[in-house]
Design a protein around this ligand. Sequence first.
Ligand SMILES: Nc1ncnc2c1ncn2[C@@H]1O[C@H](COP(=O)(O)OP(=O)(O)O)[C@@H](O)[C@H]1O
Ligand SMILES: [Mg+2]
Length: 341
Amino acid sequence: MMNWFRTSALLRAKGVMGINRRNAEYTLPHNPRNCYPLVDDKILTKQLAAKAGVAVPELYGVIEIQQQVRALPQLLAKFRDFVVKPARGSQGDGIIVVTGRSRTLYRAADGSLLDDHEMCFHVSNILSGVYSLGGQTDKALIEYRVNFDPVFEAITYRGVPDVRIIVFRGVPVMAMVRLPTRLSGGKANLHQGAIGTGVDMATGRTLTAVWRTEIVSEHPDTGNPVSGVQIPHWDTLIELAARSYELTGLGYQGIDIVLDRDKGPLILELNARPGLAIQIANQAGLGTRLEIAERELPRLRTVADRVAFARERFAHAGPSTGPASDEARAVVQQAPIVLGE
Ligand SMILES: Nc1ncnc2c1ncn2[C@@H]1O[C@H](COP(=O)(O)OP(=O)(O)O)[C@@H](O)[C@H]1O
Ligand SMILES: [Mg+2]
């Protein structure tokens, strides 16, 4: 076991960024306050993306006030499967992924069954702000349930993986695929127990993964290797990421993209305070990459420039599989893992 001093020296040497630096040097100076509402409310984000011609999961309906909750079963009757979520939620809290029906009951991705009364109660809680940022009253969205791309079949458990890309002033700097597990109940949030797998920016192939405080190379439920998987549509994903800066005006953000079997890449959401555990999944520090990007920014004029730069400079060095390094283990075991949004 490495001692704390050695660990923190290693972390600094690898350019691993902590929460204070993220806030002081990135989110505060680069994210104008007036842009936050656009990403903190998933309804606004959807409208924004739709206006820009970017594909998102279709919105089936919005429940805004308690009086509308009574009409919910009628609205849901039209859809065999769907997702209910708080407009201002985060970390997967309050999201129910309904995958089908069992007689009069809704079947959720975590295996549980809910009746109309329970569904209405859940939505009513969403409106009261139980799951929302800061606990303010909220709205509930009902949207299309994404069917994941078959490439993820072997490495996901009952849920849709998402691809998270950190974007600094339009430059994609680091990516990870988050894979739902039995623990995460159909959601790809690390907080819920999903695993995060690093991604080679050059090729879109997966690296090793982080799960809780461990580095893993297999999916905990399916037992299949999570490394070396080619993410489909990587060219499109990295370009969507590079374009997301113009979409929101946020200089430092995390974009979450899902791959639908039929519809291809869809933007799920954008985050103004993306978590830092992505560094562990990639065994690389954000600090170093952000400094490299910042130096180069004046020369990167177009989206194509930013994409080409990211693929070249942030390519994964070394073998994409194999045992985790000592440094990575130290990061996982001793550094405060900031999961964030
Ligand atoms: N429309 C959807 N279809 C299928 N799964 C979804 C859908 N929306 C969300 N999820 C699952 O829930 C996770 C969290 O959803 P997201 O919209 O990003 O909310 P949060 O802000 O809470 O992270 C996603 O990563 C995905 O695994
Ligand atoms: Mg999310």
